[in-house]
Design a protein around this ligand. Sequence first.
Ligand SMILES: Cc1ncc(COP(=O)(O)O)c(C=O)c1O
Length: 382
Amino acid sequence: MRHFSKRALDIQPTGVRKMFDMAGDDVISFGLGEPDFQPPKVAIDAFYEAMKAGHNKYTTTAGLPVLRKRIAESWSELCPNLDESNVCMTMSGTNALLNIFATLVDPGKNVLLPEPYFPLYGPDVGLWGGEARFYKCLFENEFVPTIEHLESLVDEDTVAILYNFPSNPTGATITKKQRNELLEFAQKHDLWLITDEVYDRIVFDGEHISFVGCDDERVILINSFSKTFAMTGWRIGYIMSANKEAISQMIKIQYYITACSNDAMQYAVLEAFENASDYPDQMCLEFKARRDLICERLNSMPGVQCHIPEGAFYVFPKVDVPGLNSEEVAIELLKGGVLCSPGSAFGPSGEGHLRFAYTISREDIARGMDKTEAVLRRLRGE
Ligand SMILES: Cc1ncc(COP(=O)(O)O)c(C=O)c1O
């Protein structure tokens, strides 16, 4: 009898895709978690030039030393002692996640993960036989977990905690005080602290608060150029840690997952670092204007309450339509010409919320909000 692994049979498509599958071509889409910008032109040109120059081969498993060194330098203010040996290039943040969990998780062990979540976290832990144990990031606490709640979940089989600020799906960020408390929690229980900071360059009103530079032995950073340089389709990211033993274990695993990242693309990313370093700031200005627009519109709608997110490009309002759950509201909105994601696609605490990605023009946001308001007023009988 031909056989599929239990692993493959058990894993489910994410709830985010469901709305896309139901959508027609003419909807205004707040569904996509990727910048609607192209990568910097200098990077595209450098990619092509690198291929013409013969950079079409395997690189070392960890990636080009010159790029890894440049990445390490970009964090030097927070962590001055990093060099290329602290960085492993990956084919995206998605690849980095799988690689990290493969390195840290054994069957019977558990990992503390945020909820509402980026939908890959739980299944990625499960693929290696670990248990995903979700901590709640609730609207009432500005989507930041309480230490009391974390304490109620941790046990002797917990090997790691993952934090994701700025967050997908909530857009939440943390203060230095909150960062220190979350760090102390990981230290107290001697956990690996995995920090997914793929939105570190999309922060609006203050500085990005990172875990990098906090505890050299413990902290493992996931980052990606998908959002920083609008390169989602290129698939390139990295893992960084001051803990060289952790990085060398991950490089070993990386060999078996993708062997290495893409040769020419690494030169293109290097070029973006050198000659388009202000590119993320330019994108960020536009995202901020959109955030202000969408939050103002949402907060003026009946039954809608929305925090003003400080980072990423998502809003995660509470939407109250009596008698309908978040998926049913999202389906009604889709019928009214607006695609967004039901909060429940990001875990049970997302119920009662919708996620809007403001990765479309301000004109489209305004039109989409008109439609959203009309549907919500009708559903609420107003
Ligand atoms: C929180 C978070 N982490 C990681 C990723 C993975 O990004 P990529 O695989 O494009 O690098 C995403 C993508 O949306 C994300 O939102």
